[in-house]
Design a protein around this ligand. Structure first.
Ligand code: BJW
Ligand code: ZN
Length: 249
């Protein structure tokens, strides 16, 4: 199918849908200047993100892990939502039941104006006590030295409010995301390599429940085979074209 037909087909499906769900990953924020996790640019001082995003790495070297997150927070502080984030806001306004499940911790969907957002992997601006006695939103970037920041109540190290490998997702959010995937007539998979579970399973759930699945990603991914429409460019341009087609209907 040529890109124009796919755009029209998806716009028609969106115009008719009562329930729409979306799964986003790092790729939707790439055009805002946020580095993705895997692939080119997915490195920080010779470390792979996956190596540092674990409770074991934090236990072993909390200063190293905090330097990684502080670097990302500092970079993020000057990033703004892009056309892809904004297109999802426009789609949410036109659909009766819209759910946006994101694996991103950057908070850019909410900043763009999306309302029903489920942050499955947490939020990088949230910080909580390792002993779980206290939680804060701290937007300072960089954080004042020395790292790691400490709990104002019990003095234990504070940790980033994100979900690391081997940790459970906030299950009440995941349950909502799964219910939305199950009920969706249209499911969009945007800017994710689709290799991290259980988030990736949402696309399979939607497909098996009969949704029209569309993928937005310049590369083929682990989830491409579930998609009936493939948009192989940057998410910003393709999603904007879909919104334009939707508004012209
Ligand atoms: C563009 C673009 C443009 C570029 N436009 N696109 C089943 C099978 C096997 C393993 C498991 C399983 N179930 C669980 C596991 C283990 C594990 C897992 O999935 N491992 C696999 C990697 C093998 N999962 C977990 O551990 C999860 N927890 C769990 O399951 O707990 C169970 C439990 C229950 C009860 C008690 C205890 C435990 C937790 C997963 C947490 C993931 N955390 C991270 C870090 C978050 C914090 C941080 O940001 O630092 O989340 S890892 C990292 O990967 C981050 C991301 O959200 C996540 C996904 O990455 P994403 O978004 O897909 O990014 P990339 O970089 O991979 O892809 C970018 C894409 O964009 C690419 O495709 C590009 O082409 C594209 N792109 N430019 C559109 N302009
Ligand atoms: Zn504490």
């Amino acid at each position: 199918m040529n890109p124009h037909d796919a755009t029209k087909e998806l716009a028609t499906a969106l115009a008719e849908a009562r329930v729409v769900a979306v799964l986003t990953g790092a790729g939707i924020s790439a055009e805002s200047g946020v580095p993705t996790f895997r692939g080119p640019g997915g490195l920080w001082e010779g470390h792979r993100g996956e190596e540092l995003a674990t409770p074991e790495a934090f236990a072993r070297d909390p200063v190293l892990v905090w330097r990684f997150y502080d670097w990302r927070r500092t970079k993020l502080a000057s990033c703004e939502p892009n056309a892809g984030h904004r297109a999802l806001v426009a789609i949410e306004k036109r659909v009766p039941h819209f759910t946006l499940a994101t694996q991103n911790v950057d908070g850019l969907h909410r900043l763009a104006g999306s309302e029903n957002v489920l942050e499955l992997h947490g939020n990088i601006w949230r910080i909580y006590c390792e002993r779980e006695c206290h939680e804060v939103i701290d937007r300072r970037a960089p954080l004042p030295e020395p790292l790691p920041p400490r709990c104002p109540r019990c003095h234990a190290p504070l940790r980033p409010g994100v979900v690391w490998f081997g940790e459970p997702l906030p299950w009440h959010l995941f349950e909502q995301a799964e219910a939305a995937a199950q009920a969706a007539q249209v499911f969009l998979v945007i800017g994710t390599s689709g290799v991290v579970e259980p988030a990736a399973s949402l696309a399979r759930v939607a497909k098996h429940a009969g949704a029209f699945v569309a993928e937005f990603n310049p590369e083929e991914t682990a989830l491409s085979r579930y998609a009936s429409a493939l948009f192989r460019g940057g998410a910003g341009d393709s999603l904007s074209a879909v919104v334009t087609a939707l508004e012209d209907m």
